[in-house]
Design a protein around this ligand. Structure first.
Ligand SMILES: C[S@@+](CC[C@H](N)C(=O)[O-])C[C@H]1O[C@@H](n2cnc3c(N)ncnc32)[C@H](O)[C@@H]1O
Length: 211
């Protein structure tokens, strides 16, 4: 398989955006987090361990849902986000293995995890297919990839509005609103087990795939 090279500039821009957002991220997301929390719970009840990789851990909003019997490694591109995650881990008295890293080029061994998880990450990763291929590499054959993501609306009119607004939203929030993430999962060579619509007119989905 021929891999694209990593776009170092786009990756640096993404890191700089999240570094800027890291101080206010939890506060900005507080209202929507009430709605998101049950989706996080649902995702973690799907994940199979014991060795799990969470990518784009951000400020650690999934940490309260990490199953106590799993051995979880978590990475993020942005130092400021990871610092918040470390603070949250300390508050929760969790011994978390939190590392700086880029999902597009993971410094991890092939087939070293039973599952990989990401929540609202592949909207921001500069090359999502490269990142998803890396998950395919580090998860064991037969292992799971579980994603909670917002994506382009299945309603074409809404989808077109998202296309128009996307450049502005990326600048402000760091996230693309018009990614076709289910298609990207397939293009990365992963097998879809199920896709569940969670809300917002088919924009938020739980995607369970396997290697
Ligand atoms: C919208 S936030 C989501 C954070 C968290 N997963 C959550 O559910 O709240 C996206 C996160 O993905 C991280 N990210 C973006 N590109 C990445 C990459 N290439 N590798 C690892 N993390 C990345 C950002 O630094 C940011 O923390």
């Amino acid at each position: 398989m021929i891999s694209n090279p990593i776009d170092a500039r786009a990756t640096a821009v993404t890191r700089a955006r999240y570094q800027r957002l890291s101080r206010t991220y939890d506060w900005m997301e507080a209202l929507s987090e009430r709605r998101i929390r049950p989706w996080r719970q649902k995702l973690w009840s799907t994940v199979r361990g014991p060795h799990v990789l969470e990518v784009g851990v951000g400020t650690g909003k999934n940490l309260p849902f990490w199953p106590g019997d799993m051995c979880i490694t978590a990475i993020d591109l942005t130092p400021g986000m990871l610092e918040r995650a470390q603070q949250r881990a300390t508050q929760l008295k969790l011994k978390a293995d939190l590392r700086l890293g880029d999902v597009q080029t993971l410094d991890l061994l092939d087939a070293s995890f039973d599952s990989a998880v990401a929540t609202f990450v592949f909207c921001s990763v500069p090359d999502p297919i490269l990142g998803l291929r890396e998950l395919k590499r580090v998860v064991k054959p037969g292992g799971q990839i579980v994603l909670l993501e917002h994506m382009r609306s299945p309603n074409e009119t809404v989808g077109r509005i998202m296309d128009v607004l996307n450049p502005l939203i990326v600048r402000i929030m760091g996230a693309n609103v018009n990614r076709r993430t289910v298609e990207n999962v397939q293009r990365a060579g992963l097998n879809i087990e199920r896709v569940e619509d969670l809300g917002m007119g088919g924009i938020v989905k739980l995607v369970v795939a396997w290697v």
